[in-house]
Design a protein around this ligand. Structure first.
Ligand SMILES: [Zn+2]
Length: 283
């Protein structure tokens, strides 16, 4: 082999694994527009993508989308409908509406800062009460949410209000909602305040790491979406007894048996359903 051919062969050998090693996140982040299909979630929330996503309008009568520069406000139309619905509901409790964090990318897929949000069925909602809906683009970059968790991580702080509980309860009662992630102290406070009546909705409110400055709503797979993979169902019951673990054992390292927060391994395109390659490479 001549030196020139050898150099070419070496270059090819080096570039093939380099392309393969590219994370699915960087590939999907490079696509700023959705595909032209009927909205179709593909795969699961943490290994999936979406064809035909639609964008949440950046402002509406009862919401504003935050951090517009990320271009993370694409999702399934049912997700967009839900956000509009819940934001109207929020006005019943004294908020001007909702400040909406990340939904997903234009074609879904792994997204910076999240393990899920891949199939257009997840949305983060800030716990900062919306007091005005005329924030400029710049203000939506610089404004931050608040935390509703006390420094001891065991209780909510003074920023938690009955309005937070009412809005999260409304989300949990929405038939399109599969589950909601929120910091454990907030779940426990809702458990304490719920009374003896109907506690069934509490089942969907799930404690999870983080989630003290936003709550995360996950929607059910839409009917007929055969490629959509739904998470194992939430166990029966209100989940209140189990939630105590989060403010006791989970806060007490170095118990070697305490589960650590799940590690995020960067996914490659091969980790996603096959159809996601077609979604990614569509035009
Ligand atoms: Zn989230």
């Amino acid at each position: 082999m001549t030196g020139r051919l050898l150099a070419l062969a070496l270059a090819a050998a080096l570039s093939a694994p380099a392309a393969e090693a590219q994370t699915a996140q960087s590939l999907f982040a490079a696509k700023s527009t959705p595909t032209d299909h009927r909205a179709t979630p593909i795969g699961g929330n943490s290994r999936g993508c979406i064809a035909g996503a639609v964008q949440l309008p950046e402002s509406g009568p009862t919401w504003q989308a935050m951090r517009l520069s990320r271009n993370h406000h694409w999702g399934h139309p049912r997700t967009i409908d839900f956000i509009e619905r819940l934001s109207r509901e929020a006005t019943r409790y004294g908020w001007a509406g909702l400040y909406v964090g990340d939904i997903g990318q234009a074609r879904g897929g792994p997204v910076a800062g999240h393990a899920s949000h891949q199939s257009g069925l997840d949305v983060d909602i800030w716990v900062l009460p919306a007091t005005r809906l005329d924030l400029t683009r710049a203000q939506r970059e610089s404004l931050s949410s608040i935390s509703v968790r006390a420094a001891n991580q065991r209780e909510v702080n003074e920023r938690w209000t009955p309005a937070h509980a009412a809005i999260i309860e409304a989300a949990a009662r929405d038939p399109d909602v599969e589950r909601i992630f929120i910091t454990a102290p907030a779940k426990l406070q809702m458990c304490a305040d719920a009374g003896r009546g109907d506690r069934e909705w509490l089942r969907k409110v799930r404690p999870w790491w983080g989630h003290d400055d936003h709550f995360h709503v996950r929607l059910n797979c839409p009917r007929g979406a055969s490629g959509c993979v739904q998470q194992d169902p939430v166990p029966p019951g209100d989940g209140c007894a189990d939630a105590v673990w989060w403010v006791t054992e989970a806060l007490e390292p170095p118990d070697p048996n305490a589960p650590a927060p799940p590690k995020r391994v960067p996914l490659t395109l091969a980790d996603l359903p096959e159809q996601c390659a077609a979604v990614l490479n569509w035009r």
